[in-house]
Design a protein around this ligand. Structure first.
Ligand SMILES: Cc1cc2nc3c(=O)[nH]c(=O)nc-3n(C[C@H](O)[C@H](O)[C@H](O)COP(=O)(O)OP(=O)(O)OC[C@H]3O[C@@H](n4cnc5c(N)ncnc54)[C@H](O)[C@@H]3O)c2cc1C
Length: 390
């Protein structure tokens, strides 16, 4: 690792990051090389293998406690691993770290039985889940839910539709967030349930093909009858989903920031390597100031973004989880990554535009970063409020 300003903040976790990079190089790169060049997403069984192998080595879900199968590492270390996964350029590396199909912080608020039955296999990489929060009329405004759970004797009956759900086709269970009806209509409070994917009344509806090959799904819930023990957190979880989700939002956003920084760094490396070799008008294109402008500006933005993300992660470890910090980091990193990938592709000309080139894939892949875990505009709303505006 060279000495960049941001590398100062990597001190203390260097051995861990190097061990992860070595795992990626020795085990994942050869597996990724066997995938067809134009396959955007690895097959589900390969993802499951990578997940389990990484968990056995202590990388996957590393910030979860050892008694659940994690490694109890600080959050800064998790952020650095996500960064390293993106920076590696290996298409399988992101699946070696817990993401949208991995252990959900929501389940940390589960009952002891829920933790043992659902969270522990997720931490060990032995199970996958999906999160069904978004609805056709409730995206950024995430808790304006119409999918409703109605109290029915000792249990609940859930009806409604969820949309844009990742991983639904290969999840073992779904975390479903609903409006709560205790008998007199929805109260406004949201309740989170954990449902096996083969739960009667629950089915996958429409499949949406995403830009980067990752499909999203509609989940249809028709009179789904569940017992009380399907409520995350049991009786105390009724109407409390928003409060349960709040403490994990910042961490999720910092992970997206780290992934974005890693992708940006990889894209920049490709751009610099190409600019050093490619010739036009009898000169290396890297000699032209217009090309240098793309790459130097990108370098400045990536370094600044990494510093911001790592500083925010360190604050989380020190006990400060201010939502506006994570919002600033996510906004900066995701928008930086979109710009940097775009510029590196431009530096490659047609070569970077051709299907099968890493930048062609990254151009489509990185676009989701400004939408997932809260859009850029929502991050700006959070920061504006923290500034006493609006
Ligand atoms: C790749 C991907 C994976 C996803 N996976 C999941 C998943 O697993 N589970 C799940 O539940 N959902 C998932 N989603 C959905 C995601 O959470 C939503 O797309 C996101 O919350 C935005 O909601 P929306 O798309 O309905 O946009 P909208 O909320 O309709 O927003 C449309 C536009 O209006 C802007 N806007 C909205 N409100 C404001 C405001 N107050 N101020 C300024 N601008 C505003 C937005 O920023 C955006 O530009 C996924 C989405 C993607 C792209």
């Amino acid at each position: 690792m060279n000495s960049t300003p941001s590398s100062v903040l990597e001190d203390g976790h260097r051995e861990l990051v190097e061990a992860f990079e070595s795992f990626v190089r020795r085990e994942l790169v050869p597996l990724a090389a066997e995938l067809p060049e134009t396959a955007d997403q690895p097959p589900a069984d390969l993802r499951a293998y990578v997940r389990k192998r990484s968990a056995a080595l202590g990388f996957y879900a590393g910030d979860y406690p050892e008694e659940l199968g994690g490694s109890g590492m600080p959050f800064t270390a998790v952020v650095l691993l996500h960064h390293a996964a993106g920076r590696s350029g290996c298409s399988l590396a992101p699946y070696a770290l817990a993401g949208s199909d991995g252990p959900s912080p929501l389940l940390r608020h589960g009952t002891p039985e829920q933790i043992e039955r659902y969270l522990t296999p997720l931490v060990r990489g032995e199970a996958a889940r999906c999160l069904a929060l978004t609805e056709p009329q409730a995206g950024s405004d995430a808790f304006r839910l119409t999918c409703t759970a109605r109290r029915d004797g000792d249990g609940w009956v859930i009806s409604g539709r969820k949309t844009f759900v990742s991983n639904a086709d290969r999840a073992d269970f779904a975390l479903v967030v609903t409006a709560t009806d205790l008998g007199e209509g929805p109260t406004g409070g949201a309740t989170a349930f954990v449902l096996p994917m083969d739960q009667p009344g629950l089915r996958i509806g429409q499949r949406y093909e995403g830009m980067s090959g990752e499909p999203l799904f509609e989940l249809v819930l028709e009179q789904v009858r569940v017992p009380m023990d399907a409520v995350i957190g049991g009786e105390q979880g009724v109407g409390a989903a928003m409060a349960l989700a709040m403490d994990s939002l910042s961490r999720g956003r910092l992970v997206v920031a780290a992934m974005s920084n890693g992708v940006a760094e990889y894209a920049l490396r490709l751009g610099v390597e190409y600019a050093r070799e490619r010739e036009a008008f009898g000169e290396r294109i890297g000699n032209y100031q217009h090309v240098q402008e793309h790459l130097v500006r990108s370098r400045a933005e990536v370094e600044a973004s990494k510093l911001l993300t790592l500083a925010c992660a360190r604050l989380v470890d020190e006990g400060t989880e201010a939502p506006e910090n994570a919002a600033l980091a996510k906004l900066t990193a995701s928008e930086t990554a979109v710009r940097v990938v775009d510029r590196s592709l431009q530096v490659h000309g047609a070569t970077g535009w051709v299907r099968g080139h890493p930048l062609e894939f990254l151009y489509r892949y990185v676009r989701m970063m400004t939408i997932i875990e809260g859009t850029s505009e929502v991050q700006k709303v959070i920061v504006a409020r923290a500034m006493g505006l609006g």
